[in-house]
Design a protein around this ligand. Sequence first.
Ligand code: PHE
Ligand code: ZN
Length: 860
Amino acid sequence: MKDAAPQPTLLADYAPYPFTVTGVDLTFRLSPAATRVLSRVAFAPNPARPGRHDLRLDGERLALLSARIDGRAVTPAEDAAGLTVAADDLPEGPFTWEAEVEIDPVANTALEGLYMSGGMFCTQCEAEGFRKITFYPDRPDVMAPFKVRIESGLPVLLSNGNPTGAGKGWAEWTDPWPKPAYLFALVAGDLVAVRDGFTTRSGRKVDLAIWVRKGDEDRCAYAMDSLRRSMKWDEDAYGREYDLDVFNIVAVDDFNMGAMENKGLNIFNSKLVLASPETATDADFERIEGVIAHEYFHNWTGNRITCRDWFQLCLKEGLTVFRDQQFTSDMRSAPVKRIEDVLTLRARQFREDMGPLAHPVRPESYIEINNFYTATVYEKGAEVIGMLKRLVGDDGYRRALDLYFDRHDGEAATIEDWLKVFEDATGRDLGQFKRWYTDAGTPRLSVSEAWSPGKEGGTYTLTFHQKTPPTPGQDVKPARVIPIAVGLLNPNGDEVVPTGILEMTEVTQSFRWEGLATRPVPSILRGFSAPVVLDREVDAKERAFLLAHDTDPFNRWEAGRALAKDALARMICQAAEPSHALIDGLGAVLADDGLDPAFRALCLALPSEDDLAQTLHDAGAVPDPDRIHAERLRLEAAIARRLEPALERVYAAMATPGAFSPDAASAGRRALRLACLALLSRIDGGERAAVLFETAGNMTESAGALASLIAAGRAEGALAAFHDRWKGNRLVIDKWFALQPALCAPEAAAGVAERLSRHPDFDWKNPNRFRALLGGLSANHAGFHAASGASYRFCADWLLRLDPVNPQTAARMSTAFQSWARYDDGRKARVRAELDRILATPGLSRDLTEMAGRIRGADA
Ligand code: PHE
Ligand code: ZN
């Protein structure tokens, strides 16, 4: 009934390509439904693969019009994945391959290869999209300089590298830096540029341009400012300079991911470029800054040094995420950024690591590589580098990075190469550390403590035990090296032992402090020094003490979070009343005007329902989504009632009158203001939110007020007004589609999503719009997991509808189902039925087949 199952690609099967490419010449004759691509590729035998080899080129959905080798026509053997020229038909030494193919950008709804978006031609080649443009060895270890000629009547014609010629109806670009095909890009359209410049520290003048559609120019200033700050920061922090005369960024509306680091020509999802105070929230501004930096930083970590194969994806992504996190901590508040990153890590990566989709930071097998652009590769990949830095110290890290850039510039490298530079630069053996790359799963760290008083002071001992639960395909988990940052506090709140890094290498290991005057209170895993779950029984008194006194801001926040989790777990499982200790602790933080407002806002937010479901599941209970939702609401109302005067005062005090500024301090004030509003709305029926919605002068407060109104069940008028005001603006209307299913009452969620899916603005082939609605629904924990299964069905229906159009986005959104094995038998049976229905659909993509199959395996 089904096609033969697609075969996995294995890391163990890696072999170098039998040829090197010494140059690529491309000519594009653009036409929406019939673009011609002429290629001339110079090949030479690869000394790393002696002997005679067939020439195998990747190619999908290409009409081959002609093929020549050294000017002589050849007829290669074609199949669905590419073509082969037999070794016997090839000259012995170097040779030139020439081909002409025809492709259809209009028909390309998968948004991979060359496609049309809003009348503009654009490309997306990572990971394996170049093979949809022409026949080529489409693998990252084949690097070559490219020359590109574009022929089109459109006014703006862009590609990688430097512009080297242009005339009426054509332009030519030359990229001197050897690159893999996945970094190729081309854009053609009726675009306008917002321009600026940057002079590198060695004096190179770089022309910067952000290309957008007419009318969008006035929303590019923040992206441009972020780009200039990123370029400067990479020089200061890593000694990395830019290496071309131009740097172009293009914003497109139809894009499967966030953005793409194509050499010299980054292509961005427009939501990560366009921002004004009226249309973008503070969170949008922060993401724009971070992603502009991320893509720019790839120029060195990804482009100049790329990946040998796609198993090494974390080599560029983990490192580049780590670098953009460092950048944001330098631009904004380091403790606040750390807390935000840990929240994301736990919400996305821990969830992945604890379910059927768990895989190592460096996977060893995949069916569809697009399914491995995951939180584990990106976010855990970054955490692993943070640990490495903690273990070797800042100087060791700097020396290792200098050596990395020196040794591997122009190469396609591996995780082994990466670890070797750290070993060579610091003299450390990283054999055990490598497990962080090869072993999936989140270690659980338990701790016990002992105190023995003595004449010359007492001895305090912490004993740690590590255990990593099995993950798919990996049953046994040997001990990893875990850097545990610990500080000790006196019972009066003074720090007696400042933060130090304990290096745990055994399954069970003790660490001792001697000569202490009194029994200390430990602050463990400061700054979240390792991506582990810390299991430690702590009484509410000690947690409240740490919330009030810990000198480490991350652990201070963490103490409040743990208090809240304990309190909620007791409310959910034992019908306990809301904890006054928790509420008073939060009240003290709220009222402490010496604390950064952004930090206070983070402390006020309760753990998410999904987080609580995972916590209950870990504790051996079966989470009940309705009960979790109800008790969390009850706690919020109790907090609001008890802290109402303080919330009211801070809400008023945190107003940001005057001209809008997206800076971190102002954003923090608005975050705290909206955190107060969200709580107050639990007891005022949305009264204050309605006032704010009427008067808000920026999108942060407007969307924040709207969110509170939806949650309070009185948003009808506001939603209509919001739609009416913003109906021409795609990015704002995405928010309108996301907020409703995410924040409405759980019992209404499936119906709300259903109704929105019939709205004329539900342009479901646009990935942002699709993600807004489906992502909004799955963010409503109790709504998505409604016992009726209505949301499950809705979601499966839409995945099946999107799959033939855009398999990559369909597969990505299927992760909504990944945690299904946590729940009760009734819900599980309903999810299983939907997954089976998906898997039984004829012609299902390789992308969705792999994802649904792995998720389905959860309970197999
Ligand atoms: N490489 C891009 C990034 O991390 C992500 C991406 C992957 C974009 C695949 C498109 C396709 O910045
Ligand atoms: Zn990246």
